[in-house]
Ligand binder design. Structure first.
Ligand code: 9WN
Length: 456
């Protein structure tokens, strides 16, 4: 048990080998746990980022990471945010499969085991699949053939996943994905505070947290009040038997998540590239193109000119959530902005509210702007920097041909990793590593950054 990982500096030349060793140690066969002890199951978007890193070690193993995850896809197309490891004792992570009870309650859940959770995380998977394909182009013929087989096999699953998000999670046809729970990526972000504040916790069955047994400095993790609300929302989802139509009618936490939606746009572009490669029907391609356009229009409608960021929308209250967080850069992730919008967003990125903040140890994006009242430099999504999200912004800058900015971000991110190791998240001012050590997706994005340089 630790209060936070000890900084373990790595010589720049050793980062690739150390990152590969982290992924090897966290490898449980066909999939990778996000962290050695804190997260012992398979997580959806972790696996996508992990596959991006694994691609540089072994494209077949990278493909396997996504195959394993998608084997637990629900009949609706939803990819659950956790696939529970049947080999570890109940109580190793909470809430565990018995609390979610999806196989019993949800008509669409796959046969168990493995059991799954009843939520989902951002759809980075098609982006990862495309990265695997790109890397396989530098391999031998059998590796390329296998990668093509993988794309053909997973394409219908990706399409069903994106269709799920475009329909059941967007019945309004707004282009924006509705999340049902803070466990949709950025758990305790201040983005959800006003929505959670309006929720009264009812008769909540007792629970024991496992996270605070691994991270003993509880200031780094969500509070008890937050956890009560998280667990209460799970109870409400269970009452709705995880049926989106019922959830939409009566449930208190419905948020149009701009970062999730921006990632979906980028993932739909990756899916279009995959569709072209495997010669998918023209109708599919038209549909995916429509999703891309609708997504960008939806994000455009969430722009806040005063903050120079894109804002989440509280569906029940009908109001935007006016917080400056990393989620506000969603249009950059989605790509293809009007020149003035792009200039405004980059100005926000460079400003003291983000990368230009004078106290930052490295110019990498804090999860919440230090200028926000909800900013907490040690608390999970309320301030710390998360290397995999730095990667997402870097990747988006590369796509936007912002070569110089991208190079600066990559240099700072690799310097951070060389100084503190593969921490889950990092205190933005002091550079203290927080959460878990040897976090898989941190190692994975390091490999991708190094490959971009031809170093690995
Ligand atoms: C709940 C695994 C996951 C990430 C999430 C991150 C955290 C879980 C938790 O860990 O969430 O899903 O127990 O806090 O917020 O983004 O996928 O790394």
């Amino acid at each position: 048990m630790t209060g936070g990982p000890t900084p373990t500096p790595i010589a720049p030349a050793d980062i690739a080998a150390s990152a590969a060793a982290v992924l090897r140690r966290n490898d449980l066969g066909g999939w990778t746990k996000p962290a050695p002890r804190l997260y012992p199951h398979q997580w959806s978007w972790d696996s996508a980022f992990i596959a991006i890193g694994l691609a540089h070690l072994d494209t077949r193993r990278a493909a396997m990471e996504l195959r394993t995850l998608f084997a637990s896809q629900w009949a609706t197309g939803m990819v659950p945010h956790i696939v529970f490891n049947p080999d570890i004792p109940l109580g190793s992570y909470s809430p565990g499969p018995e609390r979610w009870d999806c196989a019993n309650l949800a008509a669409a859940a796959p046969p168990a085991p493995p059991h799954t959770s009843g939520l989902c995380q951002p759809p980075v998977h098609a982006i990862a699949a495309w990265r695997i394909w790109e890397v396989a182009q530098h391999g031998d013929d059998p590796a390329r053939d296998d990668a093509l087989t993988f794309l053909r096999e997973l394409y219908p699953r990706f399409l069903a996943w994106h269709r799920y998000l475009a329909t059941r999670r967007d019945p309004e046809g707004s282009g924006l994905v509705t999340i049902f729970h803070p466990w949709s990526g950025l758990d305790n972000s201040p983005r959800w505070d006003p929505v959670l504040a309006a929720i009264a916790v009812g008769d909540l069955p007792s629970y024991t947290r496992s996270d605070t047994q691994h991270v003993v400095d509880t200031s780094q993790r969500p509070t008890t009040e937050e956890y009560d609300r998280y667990l209460w929302l799970v109870e409400l989802l269970k009452r709705a038997r995880y049926d989106e139509t019922v959830v939409y009618r009566s449930y208190p936490f419905l948020v149009k998540d701009v970062l999730f939606s921006g990632i979906l746009v980028a993932a739909n572009e990756a899916l279009l590239a995959i569709a072209a490669e495997i010669k998918a029907p023209a109708d599919d391609r038209r549909l995916i193109t429509e999703w891309v356009e609708r997504g960008r229009r939806g994000l455009e409608g969430c722009w806040d000119p005063e903050l120079g960021l894109c804002l989440d929308q509280d569906v029940r209250a009908g109001t935007p959530v006016r917080d400056r967080t990393i989620g506000g850069f969603a249009p950059l992730v989605a790509g293809e902005m009007a020149p003035d919008r792009r200039a405004a967003l980059l100005e926000t990125m460079d400003s003291p509210a983000f990368l230009g903040h004078p106290q930052l140890r490295w110019p990498v994006p804090p999860s919440t702007s230090p200028d926000e009242s909800g900013f907490r430099p040690r608390s999970y999504w309320r301030g710390p920097t998360w290397p995999f999200l730095t990667w997402l912004l870097w990747w988006s800058l590369v796509r936007a041909d912002e070569t110089e900015r991208a190079a600066r971000l990559r240099r700072a991110a690799l310097d951070q990793i060389a100084t503190v190791g593969f921490a889950e998240y990092v205190e933005p001012f002091t550079g203290e590593p927080l959460g878990s050590a040897d976090q898989s997706w941190t190692a994975a994005v390091a490999l991708d950054w190094l490959a971009a340089d031809g170093v690995s």
